[in-house]
Write a protein that binds this ligand. Structure first.
Ligand code: HEC
Length: 419
């Protein structure tokens, strides 16, 4: 039974991963097939005891079965008699989860796979290790307040000397070596300032948005709207399609967006406006950034708007012409205000850092981190009323106690450990 359990867990993980990373949610068919597979072979007994619960928590968080010693510690934690719980500042099943997160695989496998899809346009998990993934892994490990993910002057690198290539602004070799050498990310990642590695001013850093990997994926060519779109998708759990609001002022829609596409102004008014009224004023924050394909580095030009902001400016010359890196959040008004932006912030500013704070401090950002964690740990989307209520409670705790992602992983694993 135990052998079969692990095989099915393994297969279901692979199936889930594939679907998780290629679709934003599982299709009904996959879900049904998977549910049948799981319930046929691995359904927990109706009353899973602490041992089964501990095993499941460990498998979900670390992706590997626990050693006998760790399993015993976790069972003791669930039973309220594990002395080491004091060092985690928590008790019960949550403490068991913290014990499981001490496993190296939580960092080298679970968290790496958690973040990898955010770093490329295909949302693929099969990408080389990079500075964006490392920063997420390090922030989770060190309980760095995760609402600074899109604004901090922070990056994580291998401990000096652990690999040959130093972290560099213009190549990914350092991270590829960390991966090739299977460096232990729990023990051998150290924090550094992104500004020093990337060679940009501290006030030009905006967390993972200005990481080298994100720059290469989303600041390359185009109009820099891609950086905004993918940040929204990955960290607010919404694509622009869901944000369409045709009632907002179109005054900051750029010149490249035709006001009568195909000679039909109704198309602009009913469709194009929906996304561009909100997106264009926010993406103004990136006016000084470009990924330079020749140098392989992020380029930051304070005071000089990148030429990509003037692509096709004759499509509608009366449209908004970008003059600096000012941004404004029109979504604080209207239907998208449900995203819950922080009333204590001004809702406008200059540059990517303050725009990253605007997004990072919204309720939607926090809820999105919890939903993604739910999918990674419970291996399904929240479905029942109990699931949705758990997501809400975990999000509230996350926001009110220092935005610690490990707590989100622990609380979610406990929710899905079986009754
Ligand atoms: C669902 C949201 C949405 C709608 C609706 C929409 N756009 Fe866009 N538009 C985007 C996004 C996102 C980008 C950035 C794409 C990228 O670079 O990856 C973009 C980019 C553009 C660009 C720049 C293209 C380039 O070369 O990078 C133009 C021009 C544009 N849109 C015009 C229009 C017009 C005209 C319409 C209406 C017919 C329209 N858009 C409707 C979301 C939308």
């Amino acid at each position: 039974m135990t052998g079969t359990f692990w095989i099915v867990q393994f297969v279901s993980r692979i199936v889930m991963k594939k679907w998780t990373w290629t679709k934003t949610s599982f299709t009904g068919l996959t879900r049904v097939a998977l549910a049948m597979l799981l319930s046929a072979v691995v359904a927990l007994p109706a009353n899973a005891g602490p041992r089964e619960q501990a095993k499941r928590i460990h498998d979900r968080l670390a992706g590997v079965p626990p050693s006998e010693a760790v399993l015993n510690q976790m069972v003791n934690a669930i039973n309220g008699s594990e002395p080491s719980c004091a060092s985690y500042g928590t008790t019960g099943a949550a403490c068991a989860a913290y014990i499981a997160m001490d496993n190296q695989s939580f960092y080298n496998v679970t968290l790496k796979n958690f973040a990898a899809p955010w770093t490329n346009r295909d949302q693929s998990v099969f990408v080389p290790f990079n500075d964006y993934i490392a920063t997420v892994v390090g922030m989770v490990r060190d309980d760095v307040p995760f609402n600074t993910l899109l604004s901090a002057d922070l990056t994580y690198v291998g401990r000096p000397g652990v690999v040959g290539a130093a972290p560099a602004a213009n190549n990914n070799t350092h991270y590829e070596q960390l991966e090739a050498n299977n460096v232990n990310l729990r023990d051998d990642l150290v924090s550094s300032t992104q500004s020093s590695v990337m060679g940009i001013p501290a006030n030009a850093t905006a967390g993972v948005m200005t990481s080298r990997a994100a720059s290469e994926a989303f600041f390359v060519a185009g109009t820099n709207r891609a950086m905004f779109r993918f940040t929204l998708l990955n960290h607010m759990c919404n694509d622009l399609e869901q944000m369409k609001d045709t009632t907002l002022a179109p005054d900051r829609i750029r010149q490249d967006v035709s006001r009568s596409p195909g000679g039909d102004s109704r198309l602009f008014l009913n469709n194009c406006i929906g996304c561009h009224t909100g997106m264009d004023p926010l993406a103004g924050a990136f006016a000084y950034y470009n990924y330079n394909e020749d140098t392989g580095a992020l380029e930051y030009t304070p005071g000089t708007v990148q030429s990509k902001y003037f692509n096709n400016d004759l499509n509608f010359p009366q449209g908004f012409r970008t003059t600096d890196d000012n941004w404004e959040n029109y979504w604080r008004r209207g239907q998208n205000s449900y995203l819950g932006f922080d009333p204590g912030l001004p809702g406008q500013g200059n540059g990517a850092k303050s725009m990253g704070q605007e997004l990072g401090n919204s309720v939607a950002f926090a809820a999105c981190q919890v939903k993604k964690t739910f999918r990674a740990v419970c291996m399904r989307d929240p479905e029942s009323a109990a699931d949705h209520s758990a997501v809400t409670t975990i999000t509230t705790t996350f926001r009110s106690s220092g935005y610690r992602m490990k707590q989100v992983f622990a609380d979610t694993a406990v929710h899905c450990m079986g009754q």
